[in-house]
Design a protein around this ligand. Structure first.
Ligand code: SF4
Length: 550
């Protein structure tokens, strides 16, 4: 929120109208996730409608600390997910948050749907809804080159075809990846949004330099600034026995060809989000004529060990292919892994047979998932739905219908992903708790507490990689520097309120903890913490539900 209040752009694609309203009434929630979910909760009339109903809104909200302190780079997207039909939450870095600030906007609400393809252009002259017939059908790489703007986001064919795990690509290397925001764009006829502005955004704060120093000196962050970031996790997870391999049929793999050093051979640049000194985004180029793509552990895991692929170059080919279409890489890898095992077990008969490790077949299958017909239209619905049609739910690796991340570490991560608002490993600190060997009871209590803290961080727009620096004390001190007096306890309480708002929206969408499905495979294959059992997990879930009743 700026000195002139909280500015929210309401853009109605059905009526081809846009206006900016002051919503300073939401300032208690600062920005980011808090404001995004508060705005989403105002659309009660479409709570029960399908996620792709034209009146479902898309909300973007930048964090309160953007332009004030380092690493406040994230914009929260809030929407109803076409993949899960429950709460959709996604965060993006890149240049978008700063571009919003320079355009004088704190949040953007997109309502309605256009009958013809359009894109939204936001700049100093205002907000314009422009015709996009010529952009429709273009790949993400092509749209990026066709449009101008300080920050750009767009969909590829996957979003246009309403694939429920289509992503929205932002500034080439960042994504609203999970939960199908790309399909919402497609359903609204919205190909892209560009945003620029001239507003000066750096708020003078003497505390900025102090925080910058702490970020530069923080040992946990050196992995991102001086090393190869999360791509180092492949070796780690394999060593500790927490790496999901071949659809989690096992937890160990020959990782020699996919280590951080193997990927470093293709590394051409390290990029950063605007306002962040860490520069953690690894950008690779496979061949002189191949596109540049960003990579991290989740992509390596999803297209590597999970599919039995042990060569960096082959994983990059798969990353390039999903980038072209605008598909979420994690959901795609998860689907291909399930489909491969379903083929092995003769539950599924595909024209292009799938086999673990067969990269070329996977590439062809991705093309068919986007463009194909018949059985591929079923695969296009995602892992959970495809397993409902063909069988094999026991080895469909989804929690809350979302693809699992690459950490088979133990109970805390497993429960954390299942109960986390968006069923992501980033909702809470589950895997850290497994590494620190928390007891089941203590893990449950810490998961709840940590998710509330993250709700606050996400409202400030802070990159969660900086969680080791930005504790509640630092956030409280940072706020004081800009004239807002909130104690750590008060901030934790606000985080709890945001958590509650999210829980209420989830329940209104129909989510029930009791209906969570834990696929048998998670118990059949040994984790980093040994074999897991349902009884312990059930007890943890009961404790979680009891302790989160508001
Ligand atoms: S640490 Fe990486 S992802 Fe986070 S803001 Fe910085 S560059 Fe972006």
């Amino acid at each position: 929120m700026g000195a002139d209040g909280m500015k929210v752009a309401y853009i109605d694609l059905s009526k081809e109208k846009a206006e900016v309203r002051d919503r300073s009434d939401l300032s208690r929630y600062f920005g980011g996730a808090g404001v995004a979910f508060k705005l989403l909760s105002e659309y009660e009339e479409v709570l029960q409608e399908d996620a792709l109903h034209p009146e479902q809104p898309i909300i973007f909200s930048k964090g309160f600390f953007t332009g004030i302190y380092p690493c406040a780079t994230k914009v929260t997207a809030a929407f109803k997910s076409p993949l899960t039909q429950e709460l959709g939450e996604s965060h993006v870095g890149g240049k978008f948050a700063y571009a919003m600030a320079s355009a004088g906007l704190d949040a953007i609400v997109i309502e309605g749907a256009s009958e013809k393809p359009v894109y939204i252009q936001i700049d100093e002259s205002g907000i314009e809804i422009k015709e996009a017939e010529k952009l429709w059908g273009l790949s993400c790489f092509e749209v990026e080159n066709r449009l101008d703007g300080k920050s750009k986001m767009y969909i590829g064919k996957a979003g246009e075809k309403l694939i429920p795990f289509a992503c929205v690509t932002v500034d080439t290397y960042r994504h609203f990846g999970r939960l199908g925001l790309g399909a919402l764009f497609g359903a609204k006829g919205l190909k892209a949004i560009t945003i620029s502005g001239k507003k000066r955004i750096r708020v003078k704060s003497s505390y900025y330099q102090e925080i910058l120093k702490r970020i530069k000196e923080d040992n946990d962050l050196k992995k991102y600034s001086q090393g190869y970031g999360t791509s180092e996790n492949t070796t780690l997870m394999n060593e500790v026995g927490g790496l999901p391999v071949k659809n989690l049929q096992t937890n160990r793999f020959d990782v020699e060809g996919i280590t951080e050093d193997a990927f470093a051979k293709f590394l051409v640049e390290k990029k950063t989000c605007t306002g962040c000194p860490i520069r953690c985004i690894n950008v690779a180029k496979r061949e002189s004529n191949s596109p540049m793509v960003a990579y991290d552990y989740e992509l390596i895991y999803s297209f590597g060990p999970l599919l039995g692929i042990g060569k960096a170059e082959e994983i990059l080919k798969l990353v390039e292919r999903v980038e072209r279409y605008g598909l979420d890489a994690m959901a795609t890898g998860n689907l291909l892994a399930w489909a491969t095992e379903a083929c092995e077990k003769e539950l599924l008969g595909l024209p292009v047979p799938l086999k673990f490790g067969a990269t070329e077949n996977y590439l062809e299958t991705i093309d068919k998932i986007v463009e194909g017909e018949g059985i591929y239209e079923d695969l296009r619905k995602g892992t959970e739905e495809a397993a409902s049609i063909y069988g094999g739910k026991d080895f469909a690796l989804t929690l809350g219908k979302n693809a699992i991340a690459g950490y088979h570490t133990g109970y805390a991560l497993l429960l954390g992903r299942a109960v986390g608002t968006r069923h992501s490993h980033m909702d809470n600190n589950g895997w850290f708790l497994d590494f620190d060997k928390y007891s089941p009871e203590a893990a449950v209590d810490e998961l709840i507490s940590d998710e509330k803290k993250r709700c606050l961080m996400n409202s400030m727009g802070l990159c969660l990689f900086t969680i080791s620096v930005y504790n509640l004390k630092l956030i409280s001190e940072g706020l004081k520097e800009v004239g807002i007096d909130k104690s750590e306890e008060e901030l934790f309480e606000i985080g709890g309120e945001i958590f509650k708002i999210k829980q209420e929206i989830k329940r209104a969408y129909g989510f029930e903890y009791e209906k969570l499905r834990f696929p048998e495979r998670l118990f059949e294959t040994e984790s980093m913490s040994g074999f897991l059992n349902r009884e312990t997990l059930d007890k943890m879930l009961k404790r979680y539900v009891k302790n989160t009743v508001f």
